[in-house]
Write a protein that binds this ligand. Structure first.
Ligand code: C5P
Length: 230
């Protein structure tokens, strides 16, 4: 039997409107590099990936300027309209090299605080699983259902998890699930494409410092976490 390989896919073709910055959020500065370089460095440091496929918008002038865009393990793919389109495009860029049975970890460009420990924990937890799964966080806060500003009920928080990345699935299964879901705007992460196939991805508890840069204040928080991690 051939050795199962592990690939990384980084969707990095978003514009990040909520940052209100002059450039997409993945190119904002964070601890001496851009957010995207920090994210890719974290994946390279884990030393488990055969290659890292990064989906980049075709109007993006920043990517070719980054040193990591020329790294021998980094493959550039075209970005798509939605996140799921960008992920599918990056998966297709690996078609010649990846086997259906290989694992793929999809990780947001905007999550630069991912640790090697979390990458290894996710892989170790799921490597013998039939479907795969995702890093997630349990909720410490009480959760409410709300209509307008009126609380209608309190939700049982033990059954609610906040979704993080990486999300880890078999190459063939993920590609066909995303192809089947093309054009469906409900697909905001890879797990939902698999769920649409009637499959049940697992959750693996991740670290709370694996934040997604969404709003301006998140950059200061990411800087704090990165300094704490050293
Ligand atoms: O906007 P949001 O933070 O949810 O995006 C998550 C990730 O998906 C980001 O890394 C973003 O660059 C990426 N994305 C993409 N292609 C799109 C939209 C978002 O690669 N069309």
């Amino acid at each position: 039997m051939t050795q199962v390989k592990i690939w990384a896919v980084v969707p990095a073709a978003g514009v990040g409107k909520r940052m209100q910055a002059d450039r997409p959020k993945q190119y904002l500065p964070l601890v001496g590099k851009t957010v995207l370089e920090q994210t890719i460095n974290r994946l390279l440091q884990a030393d488990v990936f055969s290659a890292i496929a990064v989906a980049i918008s075709k109007e993006d002038p920043y990517w070719p300027e980054l040193e990591c865009s020329k790294h021998k393990k980094v493959v550039t793919a075209a970005g798509g309209k939605e996140r799921a389109d960008s992920v599918l495009s990056a998966l297709k860029s690996l078609t010649e090299r990846a086997s259906d049975n290989d694992w793929v970890l999809v990780h947001d460009a905007a999550r630069p605080c991912l640790t090697s420990a979390d990458i290894h924990y996710l892989i170790g937890s799921l490597k013998d699983d039939a479907v795969g799964g995702i890093l997630a966080l349990s909720s410490h806060d009480t959760l409410k259902n709300v209509e307008g500003i009126n609380i209608t009920e309190t939700i049982d928080r033990s059954v609610i998890w906040r979704v993080l990345t990486p999300q880890m699935f078999r190459y063939g299964m993920l590609k066909s699930a995303l192809e089947a879901a093309e054009g469906n705007s409900v697909i905001t992460d890879e797990a939902s494409a698999l769920e649409m196939q009637g499959l049940q991805p697992k959750i693996v508890e991740g670290r709370p410092d694996n934040i997604k840069i969404t709003r301006p204040e998140d950059l200061a928080l990411a800087q704090f976490y990165m300094e704490q991690q050293q």
